[in-house]
Design a protein around this ligand. Sequence first.
Ligand code: PLP
Length: 388
Amino acid sequence: MIRTFYFDNNATTRVAPEVIEAMQPYFGELYGNPSSMHAFGGQVAGPVEEARAKVAALIGAEPAEIVFTSCGSEADNQAIFGTVEALGAQTVVITSRTEHPAVLEPCRILRERGHKVISIGVDGVGQLDLQELSAALMEQGPKLVTLMWANNETGVIFPIAEIARRVRAAGGVFHTDAVQAVGKLDDVDMRKVPVDLLSLSGHKLHAPKGIGALYIRRGTRVNPFLRGGHQEHGRRAGTENVPYIVGLGRAADLAREAMVDETTRVAQLRDRLEEGLLASCPDARVNGDTRHRLPNTANISFEFIEGEAILYHLSDAGICASSGSACTSGSLEPSHVIRAMGVPFTAVHGSIRFSLSHYNTAADVDHVLNVMPGVVHKLRAMSPFVKA
Ligand code: PLP
């Protein structure tokens, strides 16, 4: 069996062994329902609240401001539809062209329903046009602004603190999809940044797939998305997924403990990978703002060749990477993020995302650096677009 060299951590991460261990009892003997009146159910209500406190601590929030959801997409949907429903039919929605589909799609539906939706553009390195944002914030009436903290494809970080201040000054509600930022950036801190709503997802920070959370700042008006029972203080119906909530709590603790040291180590590995690839593969370019970028992400275009073909050859060598978000790969459509940045045609199709985690080692990076030049050379030799 070939060894796996996993460089696709923005798609999903390995569940940490400590997280699996923490979850285990809640699949077995501790199977109660936290809403039950009996003591057996009560045994799991405590751990759910402890997990809430740990998730809150990771982002500098109050435990009561955390609502558990089934995933990041659900948190995004609740934030967007729930706010617009609470604010009314006249609500203007302001977003960007490089959001994840979990935000783009609700915004498209709201546009279809008659809302004014303003989609802000980005520059050549994927940075938000702040002048366009300021102009949009002059719109009359209730406003929901939904802008991602960090981009899943390029790692580009929007200036969220500055954006949040502008939205607040304009009287808008500010939601940020921080699915890629939480656990990777220590400035995701609700005591310092005036965000109203924030989405996060467990499987991007070494908890399992199928658990997420929505941060709702105290006093923010947002309707529930799932209706039925009174769980989560009436903010999200459905019996709590106790094992996964406990797992998310443990993962939040691990992320908080490791944040500073691991972020530096992962950034050094990423930089070594990026510099090595640029040095050994001609006609390669980095996509995205390298000054404001997640520490774990490198998005590199290899001109004149197809990303899918590169991935196929990398996969043969045990290397897992991605050519855009996991949701869009599988189609040959170039990524909307790379297109929004105006990347030249010859480079749009050959963009590859390498995303690391603290499980990556220097030896993993060396393996990619050994394999990649040969793959690029081979594909260029077959490319109809290659330079004469
Ligand atoms: N938002 C961003 C920026 C993401 O990268 C993802 C997942 O790729 C999501 C939202 C959706 O999260 P989930 O997979 O938990 O629904």
